[in-house]
Write a protein that binds this ligand. Structure first.
Ligand code: FE2
Length: 216
């Protein structure tokens, strides 16, 4: 067999993750169910796009002049980050959560080093969440310096600093809260989000450099 003969690629398939998030404080089970269904759509679309792109590549259709190939490729980042950021978001939450990271934790130290104090970081993070428009607020860690920074991400795939680790991911698209709150009550949702943060999950990547999100 010719070693240079075209191979048919079999695309990888991502699995929808499950999250046990019953009984959160201020974020209803119905809201979480609806949001998880939306997340499942992203996983499905990632798999569909990967399969279609692999098939087109296998048929020799990977061309800059092929409009379908270009459209699917341009859309891949949106679907991937829609999947990944939602997995981070749901992983960040748990029932009966502590109100803040414990004062002696590495996370508290890292937040204080980067923002002056945990309280100052929280005020900045929540202020970004209250900005007009829909998107994400993400606390990232730069693995090269260990510095932490807050970022606003409008579309899933735009504005994400390459190689940085997402530590805390807050979804402020309206679908994340409008079953429980009015469009004008985003502040109440942000307060509720902060009552349900699993600080140990946020701390893991700070303490364990190789820690990643749940594998899809
Ligand atoms: Fe969402």
């Amino acid at each position: 067999m010719n070693a240079y003969a075209p191979k048919i690629f079999v695309s990888k398939t991502y699995k929808e993750q499950t999250f046990d998030l019953h009984g959160l404080d201020g974020i209803s089970d119905a809201q979480i169910r609806e949001h998880l269904a939306l997340y499942a759509g992203y996983v499905k679309q990632v798999n569909v796009l990967n399969e279609e792109l692999a098939a087109m590549t296998g048929r020799g259709q990977a061309s800059a002049k092929d409009r379908e190939f270009g459209d699917l490729t341009r859309h891949l980042g949106f679907e991937y980050n829609g999947m990944i950021l939602h997995e981070c978001y749901f992983s960040n939450l748990r029932p009966a959560a502590d109100p803040k990271p414990s004062s002696g934790s590495g996370l508290a130290a890292a937040l204080s080093e980067s923002f002056g104090s945990v309280e100052q970081w929280q005020a900045a993070f929540q202020a970004i969440g209250a900005m007009r428009g829909v998107g994400w607020v993400i606390l990232f860690q730069d693995p090269a310096t260990d510095w932490l920074t807050n970022h606003w991400i409008t579309l899933h795939q735009e504005g994400v600093p390459a190689g940085f680790k997402p530590l805390l991911v807050m979804d402020v698209w309206e679908h994340a809260f409008m079953r429980d709150y009015q469009a004008t009550e985003r502040g109440k949702y942000i307060e509720a989000f902060f009552r349900n943060i699993d600080w140990r999950m946020i701390e893991r990547p700070v303490q364990e450099p190789s820690a990643l999100r749940l594998a899809s």
